[in-house]
Write a protein of this length. Structure first.
Length: 60
């Protein structure tokens, strides 16, 4: 588990990333692609270096 978005690999620049903070303060990186396509893990193993669903933030 990572505690910084910068440790997430390419996820840190992906438009589908969501940073989840638990009640105890743990930080998780969630892939919003998972909700429309189950082939993407909800909480990917980090750092992610290759992802077929990656779209850079600000680009479509």
């Amino acid at each position: 588990m990572s505690n910084k978005l910068s440790d997430a690999g390419i996820c840190q620049n992906c438009k589908f990333v969501s940073r989840i903070v638990s009640g105890k303060g743990s930080i998780f990186i969630q892939c919003k692609q998972h909700f429309s396509n189950k082939k993407f893990p909800k909480y990917p193993r980090l750092p992610v270096t290759i992802c077929s669903g990656f779209i850079e933030n600000g680009k479509d």
